[in-house]
Structures are given as C-alpha cells and as structure tokens.
Design a protein around this ligand. Sequence first.
Ligand SMILES: Nc1nc2c(ncn2[C@@H]2O[C@H](COP(=O)(O)OP(=O)(O)OP(=O)(O)O)[C@@H](O)[C@H]2O)c(=O)[nH]1
Ligand SMILES: [Mg+2]
Length: 330
Amino acid sequence: MPANLPPQYHEAEQRYREAKTPQEKLHALKQMYAVMPKHKGTEKLQADIKRRISKLNEEIQQAKKTGVRRHTEYVKPEGAGQVILVGPPNSGKSSLIRALTHGQPDVAPYPFTTKKPFPAMMPYEDIQIQLVDMPPITESYYEGWISNIVRECDFVLLVVGLDDLDPDGNLKAIYAHLADSGILFTGEDVKREDLPDFRTIKKKTMLTLNKVDLGGVAIARELIKPVIGAIPIVEVSCKTGEGIEKLRKLIYQALSVVRVYTKVPGKKPDMSRPYVVPRGTTVIDMAGQIHKDFLHSLKYARVWGHARFDGQAVGKDYVLEDGDIIELHT
Ligand SMILES: Nc1nc2c(ncn2[C@@H]2O[C@H](COP(=O)(O)OP(=O)(O)OP(=O)(O)O)[C@@H](O)[C@H]2O)c(=O)[nH]1
Ligand SMILES: [Mg+2]
C-alpha cells in the first residue's frame, strides 16, 4: 500500500472493516475511493476498490432479488456425524447434497439460491451421516448464526467451483469471517491441547473442488493451495458423478469414528445397527455406553474382527476398530 494516503482514507477503511451490513460496507468503500489521491502510485488500489464496489453492488442487487433474510438458525444433529457445507455462491453446495443424499434442495445457475440450512442424510454403507447445505458466504454477506452452526459441527466441507475461482477473494473472505468468530480450519484431527486459546477452536476441514468436468484442475489446485495450506482437496463433478463415491468415503473417514457391533453370548451378532463411537474408544468406554453397570461388572470381552483371532478374549483397554463385533462378559 502506498504511504501517501490521507488520514480520511484510513478512517474510511476502519469504518469498512467495522461495517455490519453490505450497505454500510458499500458506503465506506465509496468514501475510500473518493478521498484517495488518484495518481500512478495508487492505480492498483483504485482498481481494487472499484472492483470491490461493483461486486458489492451486484451482491446487494442479487440478494434483494432472491430475498435473503436475516434470522437465526440451528440444526439438530442426527446420525453418525454432522457435516456443514460452506462455500461461495454457485459453487455447487446444493448440487453436492443432491448427489450424496436423497435431499432435493434447489439448484440454480445464479448465486444466493440457498437461504437457510438444509439438512439431509447421506447413507454410507450401514450408517447415515448428516450433511447440511448452507447459504453462500461472500465478503459482504455473512450471518452470525453460520458461525454457531460451524462451531458445533463435526466436520466442514468447503466447496468451491472451478468456474468461479477467486481464492484471494471469496475463499479468503470465508476464512476471515470464520476467524472473526474464533474458528480456524485445519486438515488434521483436533486435539484439545492444540487449541490456541479458549475462545478459538479448530475445525477439521476438507476442500471439495467441484465442476472438474470443466477442466483446468491443475491450475485451480495451484491457486487454492496458498490459501488452504495442508487442507486436503478432493476433486468432484456433480454433473458427471466423478469423485462422488470417493468423497462419500472420505467424509466418513474424516469423522474419525468406528462402527462396533454387539453380540450376546451364544447368539448371532446384531449386524443391523452398529454403535458409532470415536476412534480410540476402548472396550470399557463402549461397555459403559451400553449400560453403566458394566463399568463395575465387566471382566473381559471377546472380539471378532481385527483382534488376532476371532472370538479372542481382550481386556478392558482394548481399542476397538471399525467393524469389530464385541461380546461383553461379566
Ligand atoms: N458444469 C458443472 N456445473 C455444475 C456442477 N455442480 C453444480 N453445477 C451448476 O452450478 C450452478 C450452481 O449450483 P448450486 O448447487 O445451486 O450451487 P450453490 O453453491 O448451492 O449456490 P448458492 O445456493 O447460491 O450458494 C448450477 O447451475 C449447477 O447446475 C458440476 O459439477 N459441473
Ligand atoms: Mg445452494
């Protein structure tokens, strides 16, 4: 930024940062433009502000047309985990919901189609995972309740479309809005001790690069990487179905849960409905969930699945693995 900007410019910029509504933001941007000296040294900045003004104007018009409402929302978690779809307008969030679930949210070739959360269940083998379609996020359109929903969820799926890649604009804006609410995206599993302070949380996140049928994937990856760092990227096309089944599996794996089946001695295991528990759950943790009396009475368990041989007796500290069948002995 050139050094010779007048104090009025910095004041207007401060108002822009603090603005709560798109209209306030637009007003501040126009002031910034009006008071800045127009010479060669500020050419880039002039162009940038003009671009932001016209984008904001467009968004305000579009939001008026589709009637974006300001309100609050909450989505009751269901199934084995709650996954929130977050992204800029038109990236294909609702199309992904249609591809992965039986839900039928509206899909349209213009931005701001989705106005409120739309939960739908995604089948994965013998369990169901909740996916939540969300309204888009832009630099100027962000409603506070989105932070509350993201804060509570198990996993975030960022969705960007290859046809409208502007990582320095729309993707950075999403990061900034959530960071303002103390939410940081990470590619890793989050451990309690990793949190920088009590107000800040890290949310496990993956980026879905949608519309790969349009081509240009390698360039898109290069553009996105500096913004998202180590967050994994999965390429899909809702149009051709490419990558959709892989994404379904990756979502399940990202939840870091295991499915455990139970068996009563002398009977066949109940394979109809697994317990879904966090990875790392031990036999005694699991027994306590089935009935708290087991916490005192459990002597050992027998496990079919990943233990060395089927029906092997294991201790209370045995860590359960995906697909294990356990039989509790008191
Ligand atoms: N070529 C192509 N177009 C797609 C793909 N996925 C979605 N689209 C199109 O992109 C447009 C936007 O799709 P939506 O699913 O409504 O996008 P959204 O992210 O939910 O949009 P908002 O609700 O406005 O935030 C529609 O015209 C879709 O048909 C894809 O994989 N390939
Ligand atoms: Mg939508």
